[in-house]
Write a protein that binds this ligand. Sequence first.
Ligand SMILES: [Zn+2]
Ligand SMILES: [Zn+2]
Length: 220
Amino acid sequence: MSYKIELHCHTSPVSGCSNMKGQDLVRYYAQAGYSAVHITDHFTPWFFAEQDFTDYLYGYHAAKKAGEKLGVKVYLGAELRYESNPNDYLLFGVTEDFLKGAKELLKSTYPEIFAYCRQNGVLIYQAHPFRDGMLETPPEMLDGIEGYNMHPHHRSRNEKAIAYAEKHGLNYLSGSDAHSKEMVGRGGIISDTLPEDSKGLRDLILSGKYELYHEGEVVE
Ligand SMILES: [Zn+2]
Ligand SMILES: [Zn+2]
């Protein structure tokens, strides 16, 4: 038995750029043959300037509830951007308490955010590091990068990202970065085991026992 797991997707209205409610997203992923989804809504200082922490979890909870009915595991994740930098970072292995603490660091610096992830056993991967406008993160302050970002409407330059990861000995992953039904199911990983929760997903990534999944046309 093998399981397909999405690592990067967005729910509406938590991610203002997504048009899929959590429950719809899970339904589309079930139809696409996925066993699990890692919800990575945009976690930014601009979100929290207007909304509360509980609002951030709305899409995750809606997805989780739908997932229980449809037999799809739903993991809590985040795509973090802090105030003084344009980059996006995917976090693996988060809990609600971890995110509450991370929210207080969004006006600080990258080394502080990285240290907080390390202290809490959370993996930090730079998302689409060669998309326009992204800046380099010191490789020693990353667990890896998103080598395959399958978003069809951005130049993510995946080949460049993968070459960079190989050069610096960084692990790399694959994600759809789905914001709409049409963008569902283009990326992720395939594994013989199905993690129970976010920590289990982190452990699976650390184990390296998975294949990368990426399908469909990519803008380079
Ligand atoms: Zn977005
Ligand atoms: Zn994203």
